[in-house]
Design a protein around this ligand. Structure first.
Ligand code: ADP
Ligand code: ADP
Length: 228
């Protein structure tokens, strides 16, 4: 069975409005990188909201490792899926504490490894929220907060990594480090990105083009280009 599947899913936010997704069927393999692309409002975030069970479908169903979501608890689902959202929520405390906050079992070494992967290991003692008395190198920039969010997801060694890169504020070097992290995660698990950067789209094993709540096309970037 695929890691995740949407089977003829229709979903929306209010009975009266147009559904945000219409009859969407999508399988996410156990390994590899699937990139969701499409204009604003296409339904990309709604796919993530369904996968994380923040919302339920109106019709159709979702599956995790072939098991329908109705047979799973919210914890079953969220313990298997790590999510890097647009806005990085930070808790008061150090970077280290922030990395470990969704995974109490991870060791300091694992936290350091995850931070090293995103090139944030130098900042392990920094305070993402900032401190009144902070000197410059103990606080985090927007891009660093985003890398913190990626490290927080990685430390859980998730079977599935969902990554919304919409507000990515990364410079070239850091972007390359994150691309590498995504590539490595996709070798051992499933990675789904809401992809905005061209480099992410080109790196993906499969691209899913959403528009007005429907899947318009899917394939490798070569296949999509050949069809244009
Ligand atoms: P994308 O991530 O591709 O920009 P979304 O999944 O966020 O698209 O949105 C799909 C559709 O659902 C849009 O028409 C959007 O306005 C609507 N929508 C998204 N979130 C909400 C919400 N919380 N309440 C009402 N409508 C929403
Ligand atoms: P808790 O994290 O304490 O279980 P919730 O499940 O209610 O709390 O989630 C609170 C917020 O944390 C959600 O609105 C969402 O933004 C985020 N969240 C929940 N589950 C995950 C997850 N698996 N990965 C990343 N963020 C998550």
């Amino acid at each position: 069975a695929p890691a995740l599947a949407l089977r003829s899913v229709t979903a929306g936010y209010r009975e009266a409005t147009e559904p945000a997704l219409v009859d969407v069927s999508l399988e996410i393999p156990r390994t590899g990188h699937v990139a969701l692309v499409g204009p604003s409002g296409a339904g990309k975030t709604t796919v993530f909201s369904l996968l994380l069970r923040f919302i339920d479908p109106r019709t159709g169903r979702l599956e995790l490792d072939g098991v329908p979501y109705e047979q799973l608890s919210i914890d079953d689902v969220r313990s298997r899926i790590a999510y890097v959202e647009q806005e990085t929520p930070v808790i008061p405390g150090t970077v280290r504490e922030n990395v470990l906050f969704r995974d109490d079992d991870a060791s300091d070494h694992e936290a350091w490894e995850a931070l090293e992967a995103v090139r944030l290991d130098q900042k392990i003692r920094a305070f993402p929220e900032g401190l009144d008395t902070a000197v410059a190198d103990t606080i985090l920039s927007g891009g660093e907060r985003q890398r913190l969010a990626v490290a927080r997801a990685l430390v859980r060694r998730p079977g599935v990594l969902l990554l919304d890169e919409a507000t990515a504020q990364l410079d070239g070097t850091t972007e390359a480090a994150i691309q590498k992290v995504i590539g490595e995660a996709a070798r051992t698990g499933a990675v789904v990105t809401i992809a905005h950067r061209l480099s992410t789209i080109l790196d993906a094993d499969r691209i899913v083009v959403l528009d007005h709540g429907r899947i318009r096309d899917t394939g490798t970037h070569r296949e999509l280009l050949a069809r244009d």
